[in-house]
Every structure is written in structure tokens, then in C-alpha cells.
Design a protein around this ligand. Structure first.
Ligand code: UD1
Length: 436
């Protein structure tokens, strides 16, 4: 079963939509539910395959977990599972964020190397090193990792060599119920870290400084359940802004936190987009001709997010002049470039640098989403391109965007999802062959 997204480009986007809850927040928050005694109710959970995978993992560990619309209910009271199957680990990269919670709760953990987007080497050495500092013993056999800490985790000081988002989350999860205090030096500052800390603190944890590069955690005896609303998805917001930019559109995105999209707003403003921020919304009005954006460097938050690099590159492909991208976070995050070039973009990659010479127009073609954000870049490019763009590899896009085709339709795009297109094509071929 394979779906396809088909875009007939050239429609100007106009109107208003709400932005989904943040994928990158909901996943660690769901992992954190494993530590709580009592029911957790998580609101504003986007409907995504990655969220389904997290719910599957919670059930596999023995929790009661269910979803009603955008609310997920988790009760981990009588759950003591400590291993995640290889299959579930491969379903999503973020499954590794369960490590800290499992080890803290059961004193042991068993998992394998995580899956997720193929955007370069995604090692977990920082996660493993941190668990060792908490006192865990680690062994590896046939690609499975075994963690043991029968005496329980002990608070410690951890200095990260890079402000890894996932490692910071895992350390916080391990530390909240560890004996004594933990400090994280060079912690990641992403808004999703603050959201996780807010949730854990509401459950009774004592985390200070989350959102800065120095986080301090006082271990507590136990956590209780609570209700929490996940923050808006700043990358989905950035994606819809880019879609409006390339179609000379004018859109309003509701339910966002403006402070979280500062770096993207600054880059898109350079291209000539008129962007106005209100309390919980942003409006973007695109100019008739987009200007080059100079240099875009991906950085840890509050710098320009690596997850917005591909969508913004689709905008740069249509700007007058040259925009240079430097990817500083992942070393293989330009897999969308060759696909954008199939649509007529002029982009050259040299190591971590991509030089984008804007062209007047793109033209529709058949392309394949190489990963989640690369997939959204192809949709954006397709919205502006002449003719029809057919995008394969839709399962990548489903990992992070809820109802992207419906949202874009609501804004006036001519875009549809064709379900099971391979089976249909086979049917058509069979019918043609048999003269039916
Ligand atoms: C998270 C986000 C992802 C985003 C990324 C960077 C989630 C579910 N995913 O991913 O969308 O693109 O942050 O903002 O929240 N690294 C190591 N060793 C480690 C861990 C990381 O070398 O143990 C390196 C990675 O290879 C990468 C860099 O650190 O080069 C950043 O990775 P990290 O911040 O950990 O990203 P993720 O948490 O995987």
C-alpha cells in the first residue's frame, strides 16, 4: 500500500489555518508518562505515525495508552517493561528517548539502534555516555544494547560535547527520580526541552533552568500523573509560511508561539515577505518577486533550525539571486536537493554548503520524498511549479505533518493524496492489457 501526493502548482495560497501540536515535544512527553504514577492526559497531540509508534511502545512496556482525537491518555502505574523490540526501535528515531525513563523506572533497559530519517549518521553516544555517568553498566550484543543499574540511578554532572536535543531529554528523564542532584552543562535550549520540563515539573519533578544551556535537576522520590497541553509545532508553522511565500500568498497561522519561530521569520523577511506577529498568530504576505536570503546557517536553538532548512531551500530556489545554506547540525541533510533539481531548481552542494541560484519558475515532475522535511520541501516546490508534481515516499511526510494536504487545500492549493496508487496502477495496467 503506497500513497502519492499530487500537486497542480500555481494556486495562490490565501486564508487561515491552525498549526498542529509539536511532534518533537509530544514524543518525549509520552516517554515521560512512563515515569508517572497515575494517569497522564496529554492534549494537542498531533495525529502522526510517529505518535502512533510512541503509543505502541508505551503499550509494549505494559502501559494503558489510548488516543481520543488529539488527546492521549497514558496510565503507567502497573507497567514495568524494560525492553523495546527491534521493530519498534526502527519505527522511529525518537524511540531512544524512552531509554532514560525506562532505566529510571526499572533499573534496566534493553534496546537497539534507533530508526527514523536517514539524514546522516545519528549516533547515540551522548545518550549512552550520560547513562554511564548515572551509574548504569552497558553491554552490547548483536546490535542490542543492555543497560543495568540495579541500585538505581545516581545524580551527576554531565557536560555535553554538543547540545543534543535527544540526549538532553534523556538525561532529564533519567535525573528526575535519580538519587541526588544532576546538572547538565551545554544542554540543548530548544522549546521542546522546556515543554518536557514543564510537563515533568507539573508531575512533581524539580527541574530548573530548562530552555537555557545549564539545567539543574533535584531528584524526587516519585512523580504523579497530570494534564498537559503540548506546544505548537514551530517547524510545521515554518513549512506553511514557506508554502505561502512561494505562491505569492497571504496566510494567517493561528495557535503558534511567535518567539519559537524568530529565526525563520528573520530569514523569510529578508526574502521580502511581510510578516506580522500577533499574540498567538503570525501572518505572512509574500512579495511578487522573492529576494535572495543571503546566508542561512543551521544552528542549535535559538539559531535557524535544521528542520526548516529543506522547506526554506524550496523558497530560495525561486528567489532572485543566490542563497547559501550551511548545514551545521546533520552531515547528510541535502537529500532533497537532487529532487528539487528535478523540478528545475539550480542548487549545488559541496560538503555542508548548498548554493542555491534562484530560477524564475519550477516545473512539475515525479519526485520522491527522501525524508520528512525533504518531503515537505517538495510539496512547497510543487505548489509553485507549472504543471503537476507527483510526490512519492509520503510515509516520511506522515511522520511529522498532520493533514498537510487538507490544510493546504483549505488555503486554496490544488493538492490531493492518492491512496494505494500502486495497486490502482496495477489494476489499470491489468485492465488495459485485458482490453477492459
Ligand atoms: C532532534 C529532533 C530533530 C532535529 C534535531 C536537531 C526530535 C524527535 N527530533 O533530533 O527533528 O532535527 O533535534 O534540532 O526531537 N549527536 C551525536 N551523538 C548523540 C546524539 C546526537 O553525535 O548521542 C549529534 C547528531 O548526529 C547530530 C547532532 O548531534 O549531528 C544533533 O542531534 P540531536 O540534537 O541529538 O538531534 P535529535 O535529538 O536526534
Amino acid at each position: 500500500m503506497k500513497d502519492l501526493i499530487e500537486v497542480a502548482g500555481g494556486k495562490r495560497l490565501w486564508g487561515e489555518i491552525s498549526v498542529q501540536g509539536a511532534k518533537n515535544s509530544v514524543l518525549p512527553v509520552l516517554a515521560a508518562c512512563y515515569l508517572a504514577n497515575g494517569q497522564c492526559v496529554i492534549h494537542n497531540c498531533p495525529i502522526l505515525t510517529d505518535v502512533d509508534a510512541a503509543i505502541k511502545i508505551l503499550k509494549y512496556l505494559g502501559c494503558k495508552a489510548s488516543r481520543q482525537g488529539h488527546t492521549v491518555y497514558v496510565d503507567a502505574e502497573n507497567a514495568y517493561g524494560y525492553e523495546i523490540s527491534e521493530e519498534l526501535m526502527h519505527e522511529m528515531r525518537s524511540s531512544v528517548v524512552f531509554l532514560g525513563a525506562i532505566l529510571a523506572k526499572t533499573g534496566k533497559a534493553e534496546l537497539s539502534a534507533p530508526g527514523g530519517c536517514d539524514i546522516g549518521l545519528r549516533p547515540i553516544d551522548l545518550h549512552i555516555g550520560a547513562m554511564e555517568k548515572f551509574g548504569a553498566k552497558i553491554t552490547e550484543e548483536h546490535g542490542r544494547l543492555y543497560f543495568e543499574c540495579p541500585e538505581g540511578l545516581k545524580g551527576t554532572e554531565i557536560v555535553l560535547s554538543f547540545p543534543s536535543v535527544g540526549a538532553t531529554e534523556n538525561i532529564m528523564l533519567a535525573a528526575v527520580t535519580a538519587k541526588g542532584n544532576t546538572s547538565i552543562v551545554n544542554a540543548a535550549c530548544e522549546p521542546e526541552i522546556s515543554d518536557l520540563a514543564d510537563f515533568l515539573n507539573r508531575c512533581g519533578a524539580k527541574i530548573h533552568g530548562a530552555g537555557s544551556n545549564a539545567v539543574f535537576i533535584e531528584g524526587v522520590e516519585k512523580l504523579s500523573g497530570c494534564e498537559h497541553r503540548v506546544i505548537p509545532d514551530r517547524i510545521a508553522a515554518a513549512t506553511y509560511m514557506c508554502a505561502a511565500a512561494v505562491t505569492k500568498g497571504q496566510v494567517v497561522l493561528k495557535d503558534i508561539i511567535p518567539a519559537h519561530i524568530g529565526a525563520v521569520v528573520s530569514v523569510l523577511s529578508e526574502s521580502g515577505c511581510d510578516i506580522a506577529i500577533r499574540n498567538h498568530s503570525v501572518s505572512l504576505s509574500a512579495p511578487p518577486v522573492l529576494r535572495k536570503m543571503g546566508t542561512v546557517r543551521t544552528m542549535p536553538y535559538p539559531g535557524f533550525p535544521t528542520d526548516a532548512q529543506a522547506p526554506v531551500m524550496a523558497v530560495a530556489a525561486l528567489c532572485s539571486g543566490t542563497t547559501v545554506f550551511t548545514e551545521n547540525i546533520f552531515e547528510n541533510r541535502y537529500r532533497h536537493v537532487s529532487e528539487l533539481c528535478r523540478l528545475g531548481a539550480n542548487i549545488k552542494v559541496e560538503g555542508r554548503v548548498a548554493v542555491t541560484e534562484g530560477v524564475k519558475a519550477l516545473s512539475g515532475a515525479a519526485v520522491t520524498a527522501p525524508d520528512l522535511r525533504g518531503g515537505s520541501a517538495l510539496i512547497i516546490a510543487g505548489l509553485s511549479a507549472g504543471g503537476t508534481t507527483k510526490i512519492d515516499g509520503v510515509h516520511h511526510i506522515d511522520r511529522g505533518y498532520e493533514n498537510i494536504t487538507d490544510n493546504l487545500c483549505q488555503l486554496g492549493a490544488d493538492i490531493k493524496r492518492i491512496r494505494d496508487y500502486e495497486e490502482r496502477e496495477c489494476e489499470t495496467k491489468k485492465n488495459t492489457a485485458s482490453g477492459a
